[in-house]
Design a binder for this molecule. Structure first.
Ligand SMILES: [Zn+2]
Length: 102
């Protein structure tokens, strides 16, 4: 049996381990119907071949950003606030109806 215990791993071992641990591309292959399984781009679900580089940067990193009024987070917050408002109005109208009946 060869003695390998005091041979240190090659310098690229850490990089290779990191590449293997990277999240995989979720795109489905056109011709074989299987998952692509390339390494996904950082912060994305797909690899560079499947649109990992596509799109503009989000939020303040986008060149057209001014005040954040129309960011995805702001739109979600607005939608949530409107939903709460509608729920309260529904309760309020129900109370008014109850008063009318008395
Ligand atoms: Zn891919």
């Amino acid at each position: 049996m060869p003695q390998q215990s005091h041979i240190s791993p090659p310098s690229w071992q850490k990089g290779l381990d990191a590449a293997r641990a990277a999240p995989r591309c979720h795109a489905r292959c056109k011709h074989a119907g299987r998952r692509c399984r390339n390494a996904a781009m950082r912060g994305r679900k797909v690899c560079r071949f499947h649109g990992g580089k596509a799109g503009a940067p989000r939020g303040e990193r986008n060149g057209a950003y001014k005040h954040g009024r129309y960011t995805i987070a702001a739109q979600i917050a607005k939608r949530e606030a409107m939903r709460r408002f509608r729920d309260e109005m529904r309760e309020f109208r129900a109370l008014l109806r109850e008063l009318d009946e008395k």
